[in-house]
Design a protein around this ligand. Structure first.
Ligand code: NAD
Length: 513
């Protein structure tokens, strides 16, 4: 990504734009506008105009637009896959996962939004509200600003816009400046599918554009690093607008001695290397119980040696794609160097791969411990440190010895023991005998604890967050006055006390409390 800016005589940026490169080849594959704060304000203003009409549509009508979108994604799948691969450098297989996510997300929110957002009847036994009918209703917030990272140009950007739209909001999406092209394709999709104008817009640009969106939106859905997430939360806090943060992780996997080693190796390999290890849910550290450590490492080493990495030129051409974000190359390299400097051994890989393009060799590290950066900080690359532990207790302690808490996995054949241990892990998502499959279950909330985030995506909470709650109380049969009303009537308060005694006191006396 390179920025070129030209200024008008009054100093405003006229045609500032960003060049997007293909991380697997180094070739420039497109240019996008570097939107100014004023551009963002205007987009949000247009969205604000469009939103009430969108909110007035029935959920069924909005679902109809989603159905058109779903069909568009399927008919244009090759164009979308090519766009994702070109701007992100991932494999075609990893890009197909994004298409499947988009299609199923449209289907899920089209079908379930109405149910998740339905009015809820409230009952109360308070003597002060007897006879009232009460319920809560969900009201869209207005304009939702979605800000996305570069590792999944469709999933973590447009994917989060779908439930926001389903809840009746307009959305302004600011994709990563490294991967903005697929988001623009989604804008094209809404035009070609006849969606109401300005209900979904994309503003492209770097951090300042994102900041301008945080300054104007009614809700911020942010996915990215913990560092930027803090800045977004601070600004949202100043403005007193809600935000949801999906941040970094240092996801751990525990292999128990009773695990099927073949399954353990497959889950670990895929969890660590899919998408080039550039997933918030990537397996970034493994703890193996001592009795199976040697056998597990021997098998995993063979599998790491078999994995290929390089530019994806069609299905089956390569396993691990490019490193999308240029500075990530030196972060990954530093983590490996730091580990080796502190006594770790590199069993496979360990170096940047020759160009063209940005590639890091799939790397397996052993003899690691928690003094090493690779065990404590997010690496976000195709490297994996594996550590021997005396027992599951030590593994649980080490998994929880982290500032992050996004996802953790346990591989075991003893479900009772695995569940019991899983419940002690400090992570928002826990999987047993799997690593990342939970992300595809739209009914299951996904979000991080500790410095991995605030709030969740998916599930009921993943759409309700895009609404304000209104509590309604209706006195359908109003009497002339209530028991508790000025001027006070002593007999009314004697009645209230008798009523409370009847409702709560007698029962307590019967139980001898
Ligand atoms: P990043 O924080 O650098 O950037 C994310 C987005 O924020 C980009 O669009 C960027 O332009 C924008 N931005 C930058 N400064 C901003 C500011 N001050 N205000 C508003 N927006 C601003 O993150 P990244 O490098 O693009 O993404 C990688 C990170 O994302 C990793 O840490 C990864 O774990 C995380 N991630 C988390 C999840 C999750 O679900 N928890 C999913 C994918 C990625």
């Amino acid at each position: 990504m390179a920025q070129t800016r030209s200024l008008t005589p009054d100093g405003a940026r006229a045609d500032a734009h960003i060049a997007v490169d293909n991380p697997a080849t180094g070739a420039v594959v497109g240019h996008v506008a570097d939107a100014s704060a004023q551009d963002v304000e205007q987009a949000v203003a247009r969205a604000r105009q469009a939103q009430p009409g969108w909110a007035e549509l029935s959920a069924r009508s909005r679902a109809e637009f989603f159905t058109r979108g779903r069909r568009w994604l399927l008919t244009h799948r090759q164009e979308i896959i090519d766009s994702i691969v070109a701007e992100n450098g991932k494999t075609q297989e990893d890009a197909i996962v994004e298409i499947v996510y988009g299609v199923s997300a449209f289907a899920h929110w089209a079908k379930r939004a109405r149910h998740y957002l339905a009015d809820t009847k409230i009952r109360s036994l308070s003597p002060f509200v007897l006879g009232r009918s009460m319920y809560t209703r969900r009201v869209p917030l207005g304009v939702v600003g979605v800000i996305g990272p570069w590792n999944n140009p469709l999933i973590n950007s447009f994917g989060d816009a779908i439930p926001a739209l389903a809840a009746g909001n307009a959305v302004v999406l600011k994709p990563s400046e490294y991967t903005p092209l697929t988001a623009l394709l989604m804008e094209k999709m809404t035009r070609e599918c006849g969606w109401p104008k300005d209900v979904f817009q994309v503003v492209t640009g770097a951090g300042a554009t994102g900041q301008a969106l945080v300054d104007t939106a009614d809700f911020v859905m942010f996915t990215g690093s913990t560092k930027t997430g803090r800045a977004v939360a601070a600004r949202a806090g100043e403005r007193l607008v809600p935000c949801s943060l999906e941040l970094g992780g240092k996801d751990a996997l525990i292999v128990l001695a009773d695990a099927s080693l073949e399954r353990a190796v497959n889950v670990t390999l895929h969890g660590a290397l899919c998408n080039g290890g550039q997933m918030c849910t990537s397996v970034e550290r493994v703890y193996v119980e001592e009795p199976v450590y040697d056998a597990f490492v021997a098998r995993l080493r063979r599998r790491f040696e078999e994995v290929t990495s390089g530019r994806s030129a069609g299905l089956g051409s390569t396993d691990v794609g490019a490193m999308t974000f240029p500075p990530q190359m030196s972060i990954v390299e530093d983590h490996v160097k730091d580990a080796v400097g502190r006594g770790a051994r590199v069993l496979v890989g360990g170096h940047t791969a020759p160009g063209p393009g940005r590639f890091f060799e799939p790397t397996l590290l052993v003899d690691v411990d928690h003094t090493m950066t690779c065990m404590r900080e997010e690496t976000f690359g195709p490297t994996l440190p594996v550590m021997k532990v005396a027992n599951a207790e030590e593994a649980v302690r080490l998994v929880n010895d982290s500032t992050y808490g996004l996802q953790a996995s346990i591989i075991s054949s003893n479900m009772k023991r695995a569940r019991h241990l899983a419940e002690r892990l400090e992570a928002g998502c826990v999987t047993i005998n799997d690593a990342q499959t939970n992300y595809m279950a739209f009914g299951l909330p996904m979000g991080g604890w500790k410095e991995s985030g605030l709030g969740v995506r998916h599930g009921a909470e993943g759409i309700r967050k895009y609404t304000r709650l209104q509590a309604v109380s209706v006195n359908r049969f109003p009497t002339r006055r209530d028991l508790h009303m000025l001027p006070f009537d002593p007999s009314a308060y004697r009645s209230i006390l008798r009523l409370v005694d009847l409702m709560y006191g007698n029962r307590l006396r019967r139980r001898g409390k």
